[in-house]
Write a protein that binds this ligand. Structure first.
Ligand code: CAA
Length: 392
């Protein structure tokens, strides 16, 4: 009988990748983190660094140019980067999010067409689901339309909050093809940069993840070849949901990394800072805070690695585990970073120290890829089902 190692155990290959990532983070990412946040610009140098080190296609199959790594390795890499810079970690996470619709819903030909350039980092991906009136209620409130016209579909509508939307070469856009069919009347299309009628609009000014561009995308009479549709007409929403099952652990990893980064910084600070004649780390009130922070971080980590191994196994309950990991890690990131700021006192509130940035960055992990309330809805529905009113 063979017993699978726990997801927390690292294989030799994974350890090698993580060693490289830790070194790159120390030498190249961490020194840039404050500047990336302050300037609010996409860090092209960091994207190149990740591309050169094969970090943009870790869980993509080797036959399409990916590393053929596991989701467990992928989340550990995102976590390592996020310890120093949440914006940089998002480059890896959103490349996965943007490629997943093709990997999940695409034909072999479509995968060969788009995935190798995404795996190598030659091109950047984005995922466009959210609209001005459609966030949590992604299916019911979607207004972007796609109508068939000969060999094309014609898209009209607007998407907002699209992470990396302004730098992406390849964007999967979800649009209503049959309004009468609800979620089963939504289809997925791959749009390439420069497609006539496809424009990038307003750049959001944000509290955190300021080095990651978040933009509005508009489609006006935008013609997309039918060959760019992923799956059959009407399968788009299910593709979108299956993608989130595998991408939410990436955001959970980002959240966990932010929490760990803040905890490490605050712990060291308490050992140096003296008050009432001894390091503040020796004050019981603060020790209790540190102990609670560490316990939360380790609990979140166990949940995340388990969710990532469910992604590797394509487990039937992956939806629930992905939602639980995102919920726990996002809430942990928020509470731990707030406490880290508190442990540093006035210095914690200053931009000269990284914990205030980490606190601002943490907040988004409770909002995007499904709010914490949506994660709870998904988890509860897996327990008690979705309510449908009885038919009269
Ligand atoms: N896998 C496969 N199919 C799924 C599924 C999943 N995980 N989840 C739902 N479906 C199917 C259902 O089975 C159903 O199919 P049938 O009609 O055949 O029965 C269909 O999809 C519709 O599902 P629901 O009835 O559950 O739909 P709903 O409208 O009640 O609720 C929801 C769905 C879970 C609330 C969903 O809308 C949701 O997750 N909302 C949040 C949206 C979100 O996470 N947005 C994030 C944007 S991306 C982002 O933020 C990225 C970034 O910036 C970095």
């Amino acid at each position: 009988m063979s017993i699978a190692p726990p997801a927390t155990a690292t294989s030799d290959v994974e350890e090698m990748i993580l060693d490289t990532v830790r070194q790159l983070v120390k030498e190249r990412v961490e020194p840039r983190a404050a500047e990336i946040d302050e300037k609010g610009e996409f860090p092209w140098d960091i994207k190149e660094l990740f591309a050169q080190n094969d970090l943009l296609g870790i869980p993509f199959p080797e036959e399409y140019g990916g590393l053929g790594g596991s989701f467990v390795t992928y989340v550990k890499v995102v976590e390592e980067v996020a310890k120093a810079c949440a914006s940089s970690s998002l480059i890896i996470a959103v490349q996965e999010l943007g490629a997943l619709p093709i990997l999940i819903g695409g034909t072999d030909e479509q995968k060969r067409r788009w995935i190798p350039d995404l795996a190598s980092g030659k091109k950047i991906a984005a995922y466009a689901l959210t609209e001005p009136g459609s966030g949590s209620d992604a299916a019911g409130s979607m207004r972007t339309k796609a109508r068939r016209d000969g060999d094309d579909y014609v898209l009209d509508g607007t998407k907002i909050w699209i992470t990396q939307g302004s730098v992406a070469d390849v964007t999967t856009v979800f649009a209503v093809t049959d309004p009468a069919k609800g979620p089963n009347g939504i289809s997925a299309f791959v749009l390439e940069k420069g497609t006539p009628g496809f424009t990038v609009g307003k750049l959001e000014k944000k509290m955190g993840i300021r080095g990651s561009p978040t933009v509005e995308l508009s489609f006006e009479n935008c013609r997309v070849p039918a060959a760019n549709m992923l799956g059959a007409e009407g399968e788009g929403f299910k593709i979108a949901m299956k993608v989130l099952d595998k991408s939410r652990p990436g955001i959970a990893a980002q959240a966990l990394g932010i929490a760990q980064g803040a905890l490490d910084y605050a712990t060291e600070y308490t050992k140096q800072r003296v008050a009432f004649g001894k390091p503040i780390s020796q004050q019981q009130g603060l020790q209790f805070m540190l102990a609670d922070m560490k316990t939360e971080v380790e609990a979140a980590r166990l949940l995340l690695y388990e969710a990532a191994s469910k992604c590797d196994e394509n487990a039937p309950d992956v939806t629930t585990w992905a939602a639980m990991a995102k919920l726990k890690c996002g809430d942990t990131a928020m509470s731990v970073t707030v406490d880290a700021v508190q442990l540093l006192g006035g210095y914690g509130y200053s931009t000269e120290y990284p914990v205030e940035r980490m606190m601002r960055d943490a907040k988004i992990t409770q909002i995007y890829e499904g709010t914490q309330q949506i994660q709870r809805l998904v988890i509860a529905r897996s327990m008690v089902g979705k309510w449908s009113p009885p038919k009269p």
